[in-house]
Design a protein around this ligand. Sequence first.
Ligand code: HEC
Length: 117
Amino acid sequence: MKKVISVSVMALAVLVLTNCSNGKKVAAAPVVAKTNYTTDVQTIVMAKCSPCHIPAKGGNKLALDNYASVKNNIDDIIHRIELTPGTRGFMPFKGQKLSDAEINAFKKWKEDGLGEK
Ligand code: HEC
């Protein structure tokens, strides 16, 4: 009987320890992904700034089809997409204002340091 108890106590201990260490791992290293160009920004530019700014699609305006260019123009981009539609300089040119989530993706990307990926 004693043996059975000690075995089950050990099994319980292993169970508790395993669960605890798992829990600790999750709590100790919360991975908060930073916004980056490849994951968060590129898709929006390709969808909303096309074709005008995408040379491969026939655009002849400032090329925004690559990381360096979007990064180097981020202040102008944020300024323009936040303007009221119809205002001079508003982007997308003669188009619909981007959603708040899309605008925030550009802003958050800047805050996070403009990483590529
Ligand atoms: C329908 C075509 C069209 C679309 C779509 C469009 N643009 Fe433009 N963009 C233009 C034109 C035309 C100009 C030049 C006129 C001006 O500066 O207002 C311009 C100019 C710009 C400039 C200034 C470039 C320079 O010459 O220095 C930026 C920055 C810009 N657009 C960003 C964007 C962004 C970001 C998007 C997508 C969210 C976008 N545009 C979508 C037509 C477009």
